[in-house]
Design a protein around this ligand. Structure first.
Ligand SMILES: [Zn+2]
Length: 272
């Protein structure tokens, strides 16, 4: 992993408390310092790399490959095979649930996929939707843009907050934040800006790792939701709901199944 040349010290993204004086959470992995907010209990990375580094050195396609290689050398073949199967199953199910929730909450319209990567979700969106996206990695943003253009959409290459600023108010009919919000260093700024860009009543489908899941307690530092330094926010159902409400959204859906503690993931649908 490349060394961090520049990091930003964050206050708690949920309540604004400064936790620099607090001890690091045991799940920290040097030099990345995870803190548990002394005031509200939210768990977050205090010293994430800056955006310029995310764009280049820590770009998702690179850190994923390095992490995969590290995990594979640490595992025997049988475990790798079972993991490959589980990975496939989770990807297929995840895709289905994302589409299912979008269908339930949005009949048609312009959908903005924030952190759209190379466009793997955008390209499979049903024809009733016009796909748009924001992606920080230059390589992936170009790939996704090529997939979105023929369907009338486009992809902006920028950080999420800077990318949203390029959209007019009330421009989008819905948004996807699938495996994204855990990466965003300024989640409240992002959600407020997204609120501006969405038309009234527009849904936001959110999927994040669930820090409150049983697997995290059992697996500890080996829980799949930890990814240093890419993941900077560790949400639980109440903390995600609080953040969303603070940013002006209504919680449209978070069923027991969406926050099932045996799943590593947490789903929530917001509405402007
Ligand atoms: Zn806090």
């Amino acid at each position: 992993m490349p060394a961090a040349t520049e990091t930003a010290i964050r206050v708690c993204p949920l309540c604004g408390a400064d936790n620099r004086a607090q001890l690091i959470n045991p799940y920290s992995q040097a030099p990345w310092e995870i803190k548990t907010c002394a005031k509200c209990g939210f768990v977050y990375l205090e010293n994430p790399p800056n955006y310029a580094e995310l764009e280049e050195n820590f770009a998702w396609e690179k850190t994923s490959a390095a992490e995969e290689a590290r995990r594979n050398t640490a595992r025997p073949l049988a475990k790798r095979l079972s993991r490959a199967f589980r990975h496939f199953r989770q990807r297929v199910l995840k895709r289905d649930k994302l589409t299912y929730l979008l269908y339930r909450h949005l009949p048609k319209g312009k959908v903005l996929d924030i952190g759209c990567g190379g466009g793997s979700v955008l390209k499979d969106l049903p024809v009733r939707y016009e796909p748009h996206g924001i992606e920080i990695s230059k390589v992936l943003a170009a790939q996704a843009d090529a997939l979105a253009r023929p369907r009338g959409g486009h992809v902006v290459q920028a950080s999420a907050v800077a990318g949203l600023a390029q959209f007019p108010a009330d421009a989008m009919d819905g948004a996807l934040l699938s495996a994204f919000l855990e990466h965003e260093a300024q989640p409240a700024v992002l959600l407020k800006e997204l609120h501006r860009v969405l038309r009234p009543g527009a849904p936001v489908i959110i999927k994040v790792p669930n820090y409150a899941c049983i697997n995290r307690a059992v697996r500890g530092a080996k829980w799949c939701g930890f990814r240093h330094p890419d993941h900077v926010n560790y949400f639980t159902p109440p903390s995600l709901a609080r953040l969303a409400r603070d940013c002006g959204f209504r919680i449209a859906r978070c069923t027991l199944g969406d926050r099932w503690p045996l799943s590593d993931n947490l789903w929530m649908v917001l509405e402007k």
